[in-house]
Design a protein around this ligand. Structure first.
Ligand SMILES: Cc1cc2nc3c(=O)[nH]c(=O)nc-3n(C[C@H](O)[C@H](O)[C@H](O)COP(=O)(O)OP(=O)(O)OC[C@H]3O[C@@H](n4cnc5c(N)ncnc54)[C@H](O)[C@@H]3O)c2cc1C
Length: 286
């Protein structure tokens, strides 16, 4: 499915506002206040300075499991690291084209699948500010060079857009109550909260257990998106947009329904998800 990312972002923002969500742009979580197995508040920094936001439940959708890590919960790192990914849209004579100058959605360990324009630098963890900034600037340098090769800015030639956030795929993930692996292809999980395929090939289908969204050491923090609990082998499958949507919906709903994730009534969550037309099990679609 293709969609216009900018319009999608504006529509998603409008939906959040209509639902009464307060959005704080430019806000970074930098610490947590934890008591026993509960996070009582997250500490954030933004234009207003530093403040604490208390809540009954939290969802860590940072992609890097930052909240879990700051709360001291066990996490795992992607050993191989990320290769540089950069892209730009160029408009030339009325035609706008996407150019990949780093590795696109390819397996990071398979050099021969990297697109021809690929630029390579040492792999980056994605968790070190200086390292990430250096990689971004390296990508910017290559983009500028490639753009100027076709002439400067004119009425016919412009750099339409470039990435606005670091292009990272696998960084840090939670170690959850359950960890999904490639070998779980076509396996049924009683606590499934939805399903995903494998974007790289036809065939595999995975039920995603609720246990991949929370960790035994924290009773009120859920993970959603690319930092849920999976093995290294499964990460490349689970880090993409469709499973991020599935886990995001389930984590948000679970945060609304439960107070203690270790003793959650998963059937209640599943019933609500089914009511929202989520297919939980492979037998529902096969
Ligand atoms: C180059 C590239 C191409 C891709 N192409 C595709 C594709 O074609 N199809 C596909 O399905 N997937 C694709 N992906 C994967 C896709 O980008 C991810 O699936 C998706 O972005 C993961 O969503 P997420 O919400 O889990 O994490 P992210 O998109 O990484 O979002 C995390 C958010 O949390 C914020 N954040 C991080 N840390 C903090 C903090 N400490 N405090 C506050 N906020 C924080 C970040 O700013 C960001 O907004 C691609 C990825 C890359 C890098």
């Amino acid at each position: 499915m293709r969609y216009n990312a900018q319009v999608f972002a504006l529509l998603a923002e409008r939906l959040l506002r209509k639902s009464g969500v307060q959005i704080l742009y430019g806000t970074q979580i930098c610490s947590v206040i934890r008591k026993d197995d509960r996070v009582e508040a997250i500490v954030v920094e933004n234009k207003s300075g530093r403040s604490a936001i208390p809540a009954r439940m939290f969802v860590d959708a940072t992609g890097d499991a930052d909240l879990f890590s700051l709360a001291g919960a066990p996490t795992a790192l992607y050993g191989k690291g990320n290769i540089l990914a950069a892209w730009y849209y160029e408009t030339l004579n009325g035609r706008t084209t996407l150019h990949m100058v780093g590795a696109a959605d390819v397996l990071p360990n398979e050099k021969d699948t990297i697109v021809p324009d690929a630029i390579e630098i040492e792999r980056i963890s994605g968790l070190d500010a200086a390292e990430v900034s250096e990689a971004i600037q390296h990508g910017h340098g290559v983009i500028l060079e490639k753009f100027l090769e076709k002439g400067g800015v004119s009425e016919e030639h412009s750099l339409a857009t470039i990435a606005t956030i670091p292009q990272l795929r696998m960084t840090r993930r939670i170690i959850g109550a359950c960890t999904l692996d490639e070998a779980d292809d076509h396996k049924t999980f009683g606590d499934s909260i939805g399903m995903t395929g494998d974007w790289r090939k036809r065939g595999p289908a995975f039920e995603i257990p609720f246990g991949t969204l929370h960790a035994p050491s924290l009773s009120n923090v859920l993970a959603a998106g690319r930092c849920i609990s999976v093995t290294d082998a499964m990460w490349d499958v689970a880090r993409v947009i469709p499973p991020a949507i599935v886990t995001g919906e389930a984590a948000g709903l679970a945060a609304a329904l439960f107070d203690d994730l270790g003793n959650a009534d998963v059937e209640k969550l599943q019933k609500r998800l089914c009511g929202q037309h989520v297919r939980l099990h492979l037998e529902d679609v096969l």
